[in-house]
Write a protein that binds this ligand. Structure first.
Ligand SMILES: *[C@@H]1O[C@H](CO)[C@@H](O)[C@H](O)[C@H]1NC(C)=O
Ligand SMILES: *[C@@H]1O[C@H](CO)[C@@H](O)[C@H](O)[C@H]1NC(C)=O
Ligand SMILES: *[C@@H]1O[C@H](CO)[C@@H](O)[C@H](O)[C@H]1NC(C)=O
Ligand SMILES: *[C@@H]1O[C@H](CO)[C@@H](O)[C@H](O)[C@H]1NC(C)=O
Length: 419
């Protein structure tokens, strides 16, 4: 009887699995938009050219947000608003992600890039209109001042119009939500070290702000150096938790400002701050600006904690960096170090300098074991009840425990029926 039931359950499960499979495959074939060409490993395929081009456009459009946008949700006055998304993602984070960005970007980087580019290309202000990009592509120099002026005038006009209209979105507020969501995802893919993002093949140190009056087309910000893997993507999509400064000519300038999280813990010259990508791959923590950075720590036995923002004691016992013998010794964490002490039932032998089993205790333990063996004359059911009573007296019983108990009782009765 019970065998039949379990077989029935098994087939039902199998059936639901199969149905699930077939429905999910039919979903993926009904794509509403044409998919990009497949990306391969060789460098100059059409797919790769497509991807590199798309990423440049998206990176530009999101940099415009990172460096020039303000919080459209709460700031009533555009003139007084702080434009500091190079310091951190908007606080508080978005209450809801932009539904369309979320829909495509949670699937894969390629789906995400394909969608983002389509929207970014329809924007009122695009990468191809930007003065710094034109200067760079035309290789204009000091002899092209007049041309540069004309292009920049046009660029400013477009920028102003776009600030009000926010094409192709319903308005600046939707664009704000869209660009924040897109930055969340693109930054997250950067942290996950997606190979396509290692180099963007662009000079991405411009602020996507036409010809910035303070900084020219060659800002020389080393954080945007495309030769360093993931630099350009990080600079375009993520705030910089190590160096929340807009423009930087030399990395050393950053280490010696109090904005650097490693500033206080270390003396000058040892304040290097590093964002380790693999330690920042949690999407929900990322959008809350809960970054993990690493700093050096002056004292031995201390390590940097991003959570507390200070150097904290390394728990050698927890990290496994101790030398205690797990069979005979217990590890105790101490400030800056650890100590091994003999486990219960062991005593320290001064001659051999190791922990050895205590003879008196071994004797006692053997006796206890014998007693326990005697106890096994009770039936499993009685034993279960005894143990259960002992357990439930000390702590509340969870739902899981109840389930286990229920199944035990069922089993017990099952056995009774079979015999
Ligand atoms: C490129 O090739 C390597 C192995 O040579 C492979 O691990 C990687 O997944 C490939 N990347 C893509 C995008 O196909
Ligand atoms: C790909 O194209 C670039 C220029 O666009 C060229 O420098 C490079 O040699 C090409 N690589 C291959 C493998 O054809
Ligand atoms: C600018 O023009 C002058 C004279 O026509 C020429 O000597 C100089 O090399 C030019 N500079 C550049 C950077 O092309
Ligand atoms: C930073 O590290 C903590 C602890 O390992 C982890 O919980 C958190 O998700 C990490 N932050 C990010 C942004 O991944």
């Amino acid at each position: 009887m019970s065998e039949k039931v379990s077989r029935c359950v098994f087939f039902a499960l199998l059936l639901t699995l199969l149905i699930d499979r077939s429905s999910s495959t039919s979903h993926s074939t009904e794509k509403a938009h044409p998919s990009p060409p497949p990306v391969t490993n060789s460098s100059n395929t059409t797919a790769n050219i497509w991807l590199v081009d798309a990423l440049k456009d998206i990176a530009y459009y999101l940099r415009a947000h990172k460096f020039n946008e303000y919080d459209r949700r709460y700031e009533p006055d555009a003139k007084l608003a702080r434009r500091e998304y190079y310091r951190g993602f908007p606080r508080p984070p978005l209450r809801s992600l932009h539904w369309e960005v979320h829909k495509y970007c949670e699937q894969s980087l390629i789906e995400c890039v394909d969608y983002l580019r389509k929207r970014a290309r329809k924007a009122g202000m695009r990468r191809s209109d930007d003065t710094t990009v034109v200067i760079q592509e035309q290789q204009w120099g000091e002899n092209n001042t007049q041309q540069i002026e004309i292009v920049d005038k046009e660029c400013r006009k477009m920028q102003q119009a776009d600030d009000v209209q926010a094409n192709p979105f319903e308005g600046p507020l939707e664009r704000f939500q869209w660009r924040v969501t897109a930055s969340y995802y693109m930054c997250w893919y950067t942290m996950k070290s997606e190979p396509a993002l290692s180099h963007l093949s662009d000079k991405c140190d411009n602020f996507a702000d036409c010809l910035n009056p303070d900084f020219g087309p060659n800002n020389g910000d080393d954080r945007a150096n495309d030769a360093i893997p993931y630099s350009c993507a990080f600079y375009s999509f993520c705030p910089d938790p190590c160096c929340p400064i807009k423009h930087l000519t030399r990395p050393e300038n950053c280490w010696d400002t109090p904005e650097n999280p490693c500033f206080e813990a270390n003396p000058p010259g040892q304040r290097e701050c590093v964002v380790d990508r693999p330690q920042n791959t949690d999407f929900s923590d990322l959008i809350l600006n809960r970054w993990n950075v690493s700093c050096k720590c002056r004292e031995k036995g201390l390590e940097w904690s991003s959570f507390y923002g200070i150097c904290v004691d390394i728990d050698e016992c927890a990290t496994g960096a101790h030398t205690c013998n797990p069979e005979k010794e217990t590890c105790f964490n101490l400030p800056g170090s650890f100590k091994c002490v003999c486990k219960w039932g062991h005593i320290f032998n001064k001659k051999s300098k190791t922990c050895e089993p205590s003879k008196a205790l071994t004797h006692l333990m053997l006796r206890k074991e014998e007693e326990e063996e005697e106890e096994t004359s009770e039936t499993p059911w009685m034993k279960f009840l005894r143990l259960f009573r002992a357990k439930s007296a000390t702590r509340p019983v969870s739902v899981q425990t109840y389930l286990i108990i229920l199944s035990c009782i069922c089993n017990y009765f099952n056995k009774l029926l079979v015999h």
